[in-house]
Design a protein. Structure first.
Length: 94
């Protein structure tokens, strides 16, 4: 499967995530989740192990969504585990 590793930033705060969606669809979903205070893409994962930086991103997106931009930083063709390792590598670089 193809996974996109992306960064969402407002110049001060950076969030790295991964998705199988287009970047525009993923950003729209983050903004919707910020408004509804939910984790709609991976609710089971969020309940099991909620990413701390995701809550902070959604809080900031709810206040000023237009100040954030999303961009692709990597692409992984492989398993979820493969993509998660690449995502984690990029998160460590922040």
């Amino acid at each position: 499967m193809k996974y996109l590793i992306y960064k969402i930033t407002n110049g001060k705060f950076n969030y790295v995530g991964m998705t199988t969606q287009s970047l525009s669809a993923r950003m729209a979903q983050h903004k919707k989740d910020a408004k509804t205070k939910k984790c709609s893409i991976t609710p089971k994962l969020c309940k099991k192990q909620p990413p701390g930086d995701l809550g902070r991103l959604h809080s900031m997106l709810a206040k000023d969504p237009s100040s954030f931009l999303i961009s692709k930083i990597d692409e992984v063709n492989g398993t979820y585990t493969d993509a998660k390792q690449v995502e984690d590598k990029h998160k460590r670089r922040l």
